[in-house]
Design a protein around this ligand. Sequence first.
Ligand SMILES: [Zn+2]
Length: 511
Amino acid sequence: MKRVFLIILYPLALFLMGYLNYSKAGLLALNILFIVAILYQLKSYFKNRFFDILFFILLFYMIGFVEFHAALKDIFGVAQDDYMIIKAIIDTDSNETKEFFIQYKTYLIKHVLIAIFVFLFYFYIFKKNTTFNKKIFIITLILFIISQLNPTLRRNNPFIYFEYYYFKYQKEVALTNNYFKNFSKNRKSSNIDAEYVGKEKNTLVWVIGESNTKKCWSLYGYKRDTNAFLEKYKDKIFLFKNIYAAAPATIEAFELMLTKANRSHKDWLNTMDILTLAKKAGYKIYWISNHSTDTRGIINVFAKYSDKFIMTNKGGSRGEGSYDESVFLPLKKALDDNTSKKLIIVHLLEAHPAYDFRYPKEFSHFHKDEVYENLSQKRASWALFLRNTYDNAIYYSDYIKSKILQMVIDKNKDNSITLLYNPDHGEDVLFHSNFAGHNAKAIEQWEIPMFLYTKKFFIKKSYLDRKYQLDEVDNLILHLLQIKTKFYNPTYDILSDKFKSKISLPKDVRK
Ligand SMILES: [Zn+2]
């Protein structure tokens, strides 16, 4: 019976090698320990060929399952969201699969070899039967059943995992369809109050970034030159100093930014949205995205509603292979479009995890410097890599924004084009612990950069200091689109004299 515990060595070894994070390693170890213990007892009880073979097939599957997670972490650098894994597997077509195998060939061969080696090791260990012990068998069985009452453990049971997430995925697809139906109801009404009151031409380019915290911008005082490119445009843009994300996560942030819903009334489905208002006022809407979230789920509901939805990411959602520069060409075309009123939404990947997949090699800019040395005093050395790669991603996204800005400037001879940039939310990258990722309890998740380029709108210097949360950014957008509507509220438009600040953050947010 003691030899059953040897099965834990495998996830433990993967953890020590950095192929699994501690929580995943622990969850998988507990699950396979119980399952192997039960099966091993059964095998020893029946002592026949059929059970021997069945035992080793199931064991091989479990090892493959654990190694599958190790390979994911090895390839993507950070722990993957289980839900996204299933989504990616289901949504991937054969071409993407081929691409994936070619791209990650060496990783895959390595992990298959590890799995085979590990299997052979345990084959040797479990070949011999133990003496069947009824008491031990019943106790393990009871412990296993109790363990499965814990939903986190159950979800990581190799025999439940795929079914669980597949079911969850299907539910989401149904839900999205439902959302789209409800959302469409909003637009059908013919008496939507929205009127364009500007001069002949108006274009708004709204660039929405991803996981971009103000703390890592040199324009806001960060000690690394992450804004080396925008720095040259400092006098051409209006940099807002006190901006807060609408929400700490992508989807909710979009729901609140694009509709009249806000932090106190989040029911976005039953409110008006700015896309409908823009269309009603005669705007042509472009949605140019390098963000794989936009092809499905709730953001897709918005993206699909645009007149032209252009998806630039060609890598599939796992590799997310296309860098943000892939938006340049479609954006140029959109700017060249002679339509008099245009709303061009550009959704970038920016610093979406895994950070080191967001920039080409030549933008690997930050290594051992002062920031690194200071950080290494209080953070684990393995975690420092995350800040370096995050800052590289910010550095590259700064280059992207400077290019987009230059394109707009070149095209703006008649002062009709305005550009607004803000990310959906920030990111916690080792600010409070070794953790890097979305952390609603960290102020860095909320404090975000925002800038405006305009020759048309008057911006008082004092506006730049205003505290503004972007659940109300729809009012600013309506202002920039020059749409007169009852849905516009000047109190929550940062460029209005009637502006009043209204910030809502979690009570226990860490500064
Ligand atoms: Zn996001």
